[in-house]
Design a binder for this molecule. Structure first.
Ligand code: NAD
Ligand code: ZN
Ligand code: ZN
Length: 236
């Protein structure tokens, strides 16, 4: 994990103060940018940001009260990264709230439907039950783990192996699973898939999460990208 940075420093790393305030709303507090931030941030949390300071995110250029961005950051996992609430551009390395567990990779000498000319990569995720941390919906309460180990399948070709490498990055950044309410079963406080789809059926497609699916690898690459996991992560 990245060394802890002061929240205010994270905001100032990715936003620059704008001298001329645009005639727009701040979509975090819904006040005019020319009005004061709607968020009360205790003064000990911010020495240099004032309620009227407006900043622009360095890559996408969207503008917000800097104190509103600080309040949003303090509400999240405080991992040193920011995400633009307008366009979802990620600054730094986004991490999630996946509980502790194991990711294992195996090779299966059998082809997936739709990928006749290669073998199969099998991923096995195993997460044991535990107690929710401060980053989870009900800190201190237990979470359950249904249907683990979960088995997932990728074609063992160039694109499938690239997806595998990116899934390993996503695993390390705690982005594959989260703790919440299962939309399939309605059970709260349980480990659920996050926003990166996996294929959990190898030779059948009863759940709709099986093969063949000619768009799957492209879809999962774009889901990974929207979590900030791209090919650039493999070059470093
Ligand atoms: P969820 O139902 O909240 O859904 C989250 C995301 O996962 C959604 O995007 C959904 O499309 C996707 N998803 C749902 N079912 C999936 C499946 N079978 N394979 C791949 N992706 C799936 O998340 P959840 O509760 O983690 O998903 C349900 C999964 O849990 C299923 O894989 C199901 O087999 C498993 N499960 C098993 C048991 C069991 O006792 N064996 C019990 C509960 C859930
Ligand atoms: Zn605001
Ligand atoms: Zn933006």
């Amino acid at each position: 994990a990245a060394p802890a940075q002061k929240p205010e420093e994270v905001i100032k790393k990715y936003m620059e103060e704008v001298p001329v305030v645009p005639d727009e709303d701040c979509i975090i507090c819904m006040e005019r940018l020319s009005c004061l931030s709607g968020y009360e941030v205790p003064t000990e949390c911010s020495q240099s940001l004032q309620p009227n300071t407006v900043g622009k995110l360095t890559k996408c250029g969207h503008t917000f009260h800097m104190l509103c961005m600080l309040a949003m950051y303090n509400n999240g996992t405080k991992d040193g990264s920011l995400q633009c609430p307008s366009c979802k551009t990620i600054y730094g390395e986004k991490t999630g709230t996946q509980p502790k567990g194991k990711m294992e990779i195996y090779s299966i000498p059998q082809s997936l439907p739709g990928h006749p000319d290669c073998g199969t990569i099998q991923i096995i995720y195993n997460i044991p039950p535990g107690i929710q941390g401060p980053e989870h919906p009900n800190p201190g309460q237990p979470y359950t783990c249904r249907g683990f180990p979960r088995f997932c399948f990728l074609p063992d070709n160039d694109k499938g192996r690239k997806v595998l490498e990116l899934l390993k990055v996503a695993w390390t950044r705690r982005l594959i699973f989260t703790v919440g309410t299962s939309s399939t079963t309605g059970e709260p406080d349980t480990v659920i898939w996050n926003e990166i789809h996996h294929k959990t059926e190898m030779m059948s497609n009863v759940s709709g999460h099986g093969y063949p699916d000619p768009n799957y690898l492209d879809n999962v690459l774009s889901e990974l990208a929207s979590q900030g996991v791209t090919e650039d992560c493999l070059k470093r």
